[in-house]
Design a protein around this ligand. Structure first.
Ligand SMILES: [Zn+2]
Length: 391
């Protein structure tokens, strides 16, 4: 008998998950521990993979026979901040109105996690021929920080899963690719002087500008010469500088300038190769001239967040499988990034498919429609049926 065990509908499960304020800056441990205890009620053991500060954790759990190759349901537990957004109600209290469930993370992406968790009581009773893996990460919104460890963990399992579904909001469509993202921060150190003595100093703003101009030339080359992939919009790798700060007054040669640039690569290009080219220009062409005047001047280029590009052939059996579960009749590439490339990079065929629309994500009054939740429940039911039989 399941008397006394927690049984929640998808909606009530979502209500519970939204109640945990897991904005990326905060710990997600309250949510993770609650999920761990809930799974334990059904005899499902969780493995927690903590961050270095022991302030956040990924959760991995297996339902069914772990010695068979199964399916991973992957989701991130963190959400984006609500500061500065005009919400009509408390973002961390689920509100239902007109067939929609409002709250931070309803769409991105606690909706998918809620449906998966609500199915656990039923799944744990079914005679699964292959296991279902739950893989919930932290800090996706900060650049997929937690998922690197979860992907590594799955890679080292005795039996590697044969499919991963990342439940980011896609209106339950099957998504088979997106660009990668590599962000960089650059600090340029110069040598200060009165502007009348400019030739004897090192102007950090000008050195930064020379590198920014070079970055722009790389961007133009990508746009004009490719490589191109028409499945993406725009159909080439984009490179841009997004922020710059330096200098204090027009009569002072500035000794410091900082800027940030980003590469969004199609799968045909390695972002690291472009970053190397930019580094080479900074260190081999620009820096020697600066160091001639002051050896302490120069560039420092640090890589910030990075998310690998993701691309699976639309004809891959994993794609056909997910399309059959979701009822989708076409596979598409998208412009937003997910954790999918990390799983693909450890050899697990991955498809992105989840409830809600990306146009609702990161906004005030974020919502997921009940219709989408129902579609996701149907997806899980079909998945469970498949995994009881021939999978
Ligand atoms: Zn997301």
């Amino acid at each position: 008998m399941s008397m006394g065990k927690t049984v929640l509908s998808s909606k009530d499960m979502l209500k519970h998950l939204v109640g945990f304020d897991t904005v990326s800056a905060n710990s997600n441990l309250d949510l993770i521990h609650w999920v761990r205890d809930y799974l334990a009620e059904y005899g499902v053991k969780s493995t927690l993979i903590h961050d270095a500060q022991k302030n956040k954790a990924n959760l991995h759990a297996v339902i069914g026979p772990a010695d068979k190759a199964g399916v991973v349901l992957s989701g991130h537990t963190d959400v984006v901040p609500v500061e500065g957004q005009a919400w009509d109600s408390d973002p961390f209290t689920l509100r239902e109105h007109d067939g929609r469930l409002y709250g931070r993370g309803t769409c991105d992406m606690k909706g998918f996690i809620a449906v998966a968790l609500a199915k656990v009581p039923e799944m744990s009773k079914r005679p699964l021929a292959a296991p279902l893996h739950l893989a919930f990460s932290y800090d996706e919104e900060l650049g997929c920080l937690g998922a690197h460890d979860i992907a590594r963990h799955l890679d080292h399992l005795p039996v590697k899963p044969k499919l991963c579904v990342v439940g980011e909001p896609t209106d339950m469509k099957a998504i088979t690719g997106h660009k990668g993202i590599c962000d960089f921060e650059c600090t340029v150190r110069g040598k200060e002087a009165h502007s009348s003595l400019a030739p004897y100093a090192v102007n950090a703003v000008e050195s930064a500008a020379e590198l920014v101009a070079y970055i722009k030339s790389v961007a133009r080359r990508m746009q004009n010469e490719g490589p191109f992939n028409k499945q993406f919009d725009p159909p080439f790798t984009t490179v841009h500088t997004g922020a710059i700060r330096g200098g204090t007054a027009v009569n002072i040669v500035p000794n410091l300038c900082e800027f940030a640039f980003e590469i969004r690569n199609i799968p045909e290009i390695r972002a690291e190769d472009l970053a190397d080219e930019i580094r080479q220009y900074a260190f081999k062409t620009l820096e020697p001239r600066m160091k001639e005047i002051d050896p302490k001047s120069g560039f420092e280029i640090r890589s910030a967040a990075s998310v690998p590009a993701f691309d699976i052939d639309n004809g891959d059996p994993a794609v056909a499988f997910v399309m059959a579960l979701s009822g989708a009749n076409a596979a598409e590439k998208v412009s937003f990034a997910t954790e999918a490339g990390l799983f693909q990079n450890v050899g697990i065929p991955t498809v992105v498919c989840g409830p809600g629309s990306i146009t609702q994500a990161h906004k005030p009054n974020e919502y997921v429609s009940i219709d989408q939740i129902t579609k996701c429940e149907n997806f899980m039911d079909r998945l469970a049926a498949k995994m009881c039989s021939s999978f």
